[in-house]
Design a protein around this ligand. Structure first.
Ligand code: DGT
Ligand code: CA
Ligand code: CA
Ligand code: ZN
Length: 590
């Protein structure tokens, strides 16, 4: 058994002991031993052969050392197996549900014989859970939501990580393989917020050589399937990458087919059948009885043109009305990265950022921006080194210095101010009035009930100095569900007040998400696409925000920071206030 396998067994023992209600010190010892083995740079076998033996590992006493010995010698752990006879391994899946811990699992198993996620779901749906000790209707609902969440995100990775992998696969293939064309397809090209596997397409005169190079790339940990024109591999983290080599005159057809989504393709094929057209991954054909006439396939455009349609941007291909819009000639002209004129939510070393204001400004200049909003945290964010009023004012000097050092970038002196539980903001209005730009965000009290949370945020929206609500639902992709808020009420309040909602571009957030952004556009709420960067090089995350905005059908006029700086200044609510006008006059005189 290798280190990973041994560590897994040890940590499972810890969990099983915990479910049995065993001594917490014993549980902790197994946990720590599992961590220690997992962190080792040597093999466990090498440690055993060393002078001090297995007992040199943290938390490994005689008992745990014996178990490891047994695993090394026999590839088995009888203790682990004995425990699994009492408590089936299916409980490990239950423990992945947010809010379900060992105590709950123990209670469920003892009282109801529930040991699988499916049984738990059934019991929750039947209203059985709410009757159990320490439960209730609310917990029951939470468990059901948790299960749904797990199913959606369980094995998927976020868009940022997926593109990191895809970019390096593409780069390495260009170097190591005889490829001509190379492109990402699948959910990756559609820029979905999570990715199941990475799909890459290539053309080449020597497909076998491409396959050979692919399975030997450095980032390949395991080859799942290898064929003459298609192979699948896993990265060390278990992410699957599929590579297909297709004929050059089918490249457009394959790109269209493998970009999906499946629902988009199904709808397209329905349309095609009615017109006696056949679409597949090799091309597009007119069908007349037994005859097939090839209409194209080298270019993606040809696939759509055969149906009388323009090409739809990949981000729209989700069967959310894009085919109808294309047919009726009302496809939106989606926002592009080049339309973005600045970033208005970034942090600096004054709070929890890692780059100075000047470094951030230089990065903004490099990105081709006109402006940058420095929005450090407010005092309540003690862990993020939030700025008390005196430090907020002291920061002005450094902002002035950065303006002189990087005159091409208009720096907005801003804040990301906390929205407190009662909806009040973490700075008084007169302090907010001194600033150029205010993002207000919820960073605490996630568990508030829906009405209170909605009122809290609407109150912040109604503060005349707030320009934007940051990461408006608080979700973390695949990690944390949104807080309970009436989004529709939030959007309506924002529309009335002329406050923007953020499309946070960090691939861990993407908050607003695509469908929310689309609703914002319908209601007339401006969207700010911002990176929330804590490092200068994270300004590049903008690409994920823009992609998600495109998935929400946003166009440049829907996006606050697609405005040139002069327009933006006058569009902001604060520009209407006498105080801001006098400040702006002073600024112009400088
Ligand atoms: P993922 O990997 O779960 O994030 O999502 P996709 O969309 O990348 O799905 P994947 O990798 O299973 O397949 C890539 C594309 O290939 C998919 O978007 C559409 C196409 N495709 C796959 N299977 C089918 C199918 O059965 N019917 C149709 N029409 N298209 C399919
Ligand atoms: Ca895929
Ligand atoms: Ca795939
Ligand atoms: Zn924040």
């Amino acid at each position: 058994m290798n280190n990973t396998e041994i560590a897994r067994v040890l940590s499972e023992i810890a969990v099983l002991l915990q479910i049995k209600g065993e001594n917490p010190f014993k549980v902790r010892a197994y946990e720590r031993a599992a961590e220690a083995v997992g962190d080792l740079s040597q093999t466990v076998e090498q440690v055993r052969a060393g002078e001090e033996g297995l007992r040199s590992l943290p938390a490994v006493g005689a008992g745990i050392a014996d178990r490891i010995e047994e695993m090394l010698d026999t590839g088995n752990c009888t203790y682990h197996q004995d425990l699994l006879r009492e408590i089936p391994a299916t409980v490990f899946d239950m423990l992945r549900i947010p809010g379900v811990g060992p105590k709950t699992v123990k209670m469920l198993a003892e009282r109801e014989g529930i040991v699988t996620v499916e049984q738990l779901e059934e019991a929750a749906q039947a209203g059985v859970l709410r009757e159990l000790p320490g439960m209730g209707e609310k917990t029951e609902q939470e468990i059901l939501r948790g299960i749904a969440h797990l199913r959606e995100y369980g094995k998927r990775i976020d868009l940022g990580l997926a593109w990191d992998i895809a970019d390096s696969v593409i780069e390495q293939l260009r170097e190591a393989a005889p490829v001509s064309r190379l492109a990402a397809a699948g959910s990756l090209r559609r820029m979905r917020e999570t990715i199941g596997d990475i799909d890459i397409l290539a053309t080449s005169g020597a497909p076998e050589a491409v396959m050979e190079a692919f399975v030997n790339l450095q980032l390949v940990a395991e080859v799942v399937a290898r064929g003459p024109t298609k192979s699948s591999v896993l990265t060390p983290a278990g992410v699957q990458v599929d590579l297909r080599v297709v004929a050059p005159d089918s490249f457009g057809a394959a790109l269209q087919y493998f970009t999906g989504s499946k629902q988009h393709n199904v709808k397209l094929r329905d349309l095609a059948v009615r017109r006696k057209i056949k679409l597949n991954e090799y091309g597009v054909f007119r069908v007349e009885g037994d005859e097939e006439e090839r209409l194209g396939g080298e270019l993606e455009e040809e696939m759509y043109a055969a149906l009388g349609l323009p090409v739809m941007p990949p981000e729209m291909r989700e069967d959310r009305g894009e085919i109808e819009a294309a047919r009726e000639g009302r496809l939106p002209s989606l926002i592009e990265e080049a339309d973005i004129k600045g970033d208005l939510h970034v942090h600096s070393t004054w709070s929890d950022g890692h780059s100075t204001i000047e470094e951030m400004a230089r990065a903004a200049k490099k990105a081709g921006y006109q402006y940058l909003g420095i929005t450090d945290h407010s005092p309540s964010q003690t862990v993020a080194n939030g700025l008390k009023i005196d430090r907020l004012r002291a920061r002005s000097e450094e902002i002035e210095a950065a303006r002189r050092a990087v005159p091409e970038i208009e720096i907005f002196e801003g804040t990301e101010v906390d929205i407190k539980r009662d909806g009040k903001l973490d700075y008084p209005d007169e302090v907010l009035a001194e600033l150029d730009f205010v993002v207000a965000s919820v960073h605490s009290g996630w568990k508030m009930e829906r009405r209170a949370m909605t009122e809290r945020i609407i109150k912040a929206i109604q503060n005349p100095w707030v320009d934007c609500i940051g990461h408006p639902t608080g979700r973390l992709v695949g990690q944390r569900e949104p807080y309970d808020v009436d989004l529709e009420a939030m959007l309506e309040a924002a529309a009335r007040a002329g406050v923007a909602l953020e499309m946070n571009a960090d691939p861990n957030r993407l908050d607003l998400k695509d469908t929310h952004a689309r609703r914002a556009k319908e209601i007339g709420v401006p969207v700010l696409i911002a990176t929330d960067a804590h490092w200068a090089n994270h300004l590049s995350l903008m690409r994920f925000g823009v992609a998600t905005a495109r998935r929400g059908w946003l166009e440049a006029p829907d996006v606050l920071n697609a405005m040139p700086v002069v327009e933006l200044r006058t569009a902001l609510r604060r520009a209407q206030s006498p105080r801001a006008r006098s400040k702006a006059r002073k600024r112009r005189r400088r």
